[in-house]
Each structure stands twice: as structure tokens, then as C-alpha cells.
Design a protein around this ligand. Structure first.
Ligand code: ADP
Ligand code: TRP
Length: 331
């Protein structure tokens, strides 16, 4: 049986953090044995918010190195850079004719960006979801491992795919956001303000490149409060986030102890954070060391990048052929 096709991308806009790991990369690593996977560095997407390209090249190498350090095997998947696959740009052009200005202006991520960068509301920002759709449909993927913040983009991708199929005939299967266990993951910032991200409060974001001391410092500063006043209370979201992180990196009985303490109103957040900091440091240590070593080996990274692009182009050009036939552009 043909394996299902998987696509996902990460923007090279800075150091990768726990949100990227638990929202996306952890699933990449698990999916590589079961599916036909295409994972890429979304350098075109980064230009919508980061027009200055001084750091870009370094960031591209780092994202590749960090993905490999997390366990991605370039022999098993196509690991490539978006701008190496020109077919994506051609599909982006076709899809732009199916995307309406009104619907693009309503996208919450677009509105956020307009607020964040009022002096640079470029057309690329507006059509960000169209380019993302092209990334996915160019391989006719059905599963897209991403964090919760990308859910709406996936809904748009399905809309564009359906619109294309409706206008030009059945060409694309519909893609869905994917996570192994339950719903999509959202890791909050340690200061309790929104999602953990590359560019917000650096002291509230744990990067895969942080050393043990810095990890301890950041976790000890994480937002808490006086603790629950009644047994079995609901957790405020910033406390829930600490439990989520503990669930991801600590032993089951450690988590259970603190869950019980919380439910009995005996919790000491200082102790919980100390334990979480130690478990987090142990978790990140090998990734950090491995990524640093790989990143220094530019020759191997270049080879991986080129081989990945070949695999991606082989698949993309086949799809583009289909697309042109559907559209009647095959003269
Ligand atoms: P960032 O938002 O940090 O700039 P990207 O936009 O490049 O990162 O996102 C890459 C992947 O990481 C996407 O699948 C995204 O959903 C996921 N991701 C980013 N931040 C988080 C977070 N805080 N929680 C869960 N997933 C996240
Ligand atoms: N938009 C995604 C983000 O900001 C990155 C991305 C670009 C992506 N193209 C994609 C993710 C295709 C999945 C599939 O996180």
C-alpha cells in the first residue's frame, strides 16, 4: 500500500524552542517511519516578517541541524529548503487566483502581523496562507504535523484545495493538521503571555540551544501564584502549562505527585519548578550538544540539503504536471 504523504515546515526566524519541538518536531520524528515525509525550512515565509537576510543563512543551517539532532533521519525523509523547490512558487501563483482578498484579510494571524508591523503590511503577508497551501499541496499531502496556532491555516488550505478541485477537477486530497495523541499542542510562554515563540520574551522561552543554567533560571522565573484554595480546582493556564511541560519531560510518578499535591492544595511551586528544571535540562542537553556538532559540519548539511531538494523536486514536478493537466495548461 502507498504510504500517506506528510508535509511540514518551520520558519528560519530564530532559535528553535520547546513550542516548535512539542508542537511539530516530536511528531516529525515519530512519523518518519510510518509515512512518506517532506519536511522543510520555510525561508520564503520568513521574508514576510524578516526582510533583513543577514542572519538567514545561519538560521537555515541551524533549523536543519536542530531537526536532525532531534532524531530526524535525512535518509528516511526529504529534508529541504523551500526556495530550492521552484514548483512551489508556480503553484502559489495559480492558487493566488483562487484566493480572495477579503478572506485573506480576515485571517487572525494576518491581523496580528498588521498590528505588529504596521509599516510593512506586504502582499506576502496577506498571501501567507496561500504559500503555505502550495507547500502542502505540491506533494499532495494529507497529514500536516503542526502546533495549534496553525489550525486555521490548515482550514484555509482545505478550502483552497476544494476550490481548485471544484473548478479544475479532482486533483488534491484534503490536508489536515495532525498530532499523535489528542488535540494539537500549544505551549505557552513561561510568563503566561500567549504562546511560546521565537521572537517574544526570550526569558520566557526555552530554546533547544539553552544551557542547563539558563534553563534552570528561566523555569524558576516562570509565572505561578499562591496555589489553589480548594481541592481539585481548575488550573490557571500558566500553571497548566507547567504541568504540560512536566508531562512531556518528567517521569510519570513525578507528574502524579505534583498533580496530587495540586489537588490537595499542598503544592509547592518552588519544588515543582526545581524538579521540572532538572528534568528539562536533562532532556535538552543531548539535543543541544548534537545540534552544535552537526551545525559545524557544513559539508554534510549542504549534502543533506541538496539531496532533500532533489527528492522534493521529484515529487513536486510530478504534481505540477497533474495540476497543469487539470487546468488545461498542458500545451
Ligand atoms: P514560531 O511561531 O516560533 O516562529 P514557526 O512559525 O516557525 O515558529 O512554527 C514552526 C512549528 O512550530 C509550527 O508547526 C508551529 O505550529 C509550531 N509551534 C510554534 N510555537 C508553538 C507553541 N508555542 N506551541 C506549539 N506549537 C508551536
Ligand atoms: N506557517 C507555519 C508556521 O508559521 C510554517 C509553515 C510554512 C508550514 N509552510 C508550511 C507548516 C506548510 C506546515 C506546512 O509555523
Amino acid at each position: 500500500m502507498e504510504k500517506e504523504i506528510v508535509v511540514s515546515g518551520i520558519r528560519p526566524t530564530g532559535y528553535l524552542h520547546l513550542g516548535n519541538y512539542f508542537g511539530a518536531m516530536r511528531n516529525y520524528v515519530r512519523m518518519q517511519d510510518e509515512y512518506n515525509c517532506y519536511f522543510f525550512v520555510a525561508d520564503w515565509h520568513s521574508l514576510t516578517t524578516h526582510p533583513d537576510t543577514k542572519e538567514l543563512k545561519n538560521s537555515v543551517y541551524r533549523v536543519l541541524a536542530e531537526n536532525i539532532a532531534c532524531g530526524l533521519d535525512p535518509e528516511k525523509v526529504a529534508l529541504y529548503v523551500q526556495s530550492d523547490v521552484k514548483e512551489i512558487a508556480e503553484l502559489y501563483l495559480y492558487l493566488n487566483m483562487l484566493a480572495y482578498k477579503g478572506e485573506l484579510e480576515k485571517v487572525p494571524t494576518f491581523k496580528d502581523k498588521v498590528r505588529l508591523q504596521p509599516d510593512n503590511v506586504n502582499a506576502g503577508l496577506l498571501t501567507y496562507p496561500v504559500l503555505m497551501t502550495a507547500d502542502i499541496l505540491i506533494h499532495r499531502a494529507t497529514k500536516v504535523p503542526v502546533g495549534k496556532d496553525q489550525e486555521q491555516h490548515l482550514e484555509m488550505a482545505r478550502n483552497f484545495a476544494e476550490r481548485f478541485n471544484h473548478r479544475y477537477g479532482e486533483t488534491f486530497p484534503l490536508p489536515y493538521a495532525f498530532n499523535y495523541n489528542t488535540g494539537l499542542v500549544k505551549i505557552m510562554s513561561l510568563d503566561g503571555n500567549g504562546k511560546m515563540s521565537k521572537s517574544e520574551n526570550q526569558m520566557a522561552t526555552i530554546f533547544l540551544s539553552d544551557d542547563d543554567e539558563l534553563i534552570r533560571k528561566k523555569i524558576m522565573k516562570a509565572k505561578t501564584d499562591a496555589g489553589p484554595q480548594e481541592n481539585n480546582s481548575d488550573k490557571p493556564d500558566y500553571i497548566d502549562n507547567l504541568f504540560t511541560l512536566m508531562n512531556l519531560v518528567s517521569k510519570e510518578d513525578t507528574l502524579k505527585k505534583f498533580e496530587d499535591d495540586f489537588n490537595n492544595c499542598n503544592i509547592r511551586y518552588g519544588d515543582m519548578k526545581k524538579q521540572l528544571a532538572e528534568d528539562m535540562a536533562l532532556f535538552i542537553h543531548p539535543i543541544r550538544e548534537k545540534a552544535a556538532a552537526i551545525q559545524n559540519d557544513k559539508v554534510s548539511l549542504d549534502k543533506i540539503m541538496h539531496e532533500g531538494a532533489e527528492k522534493a523536486r521529484a515529487s513536486a514536478s510530478k504534481t505540477l504536471q497533474l495540476i497543469k493537466e487539470s487546468m488545461g495548461l498542458n500545451y
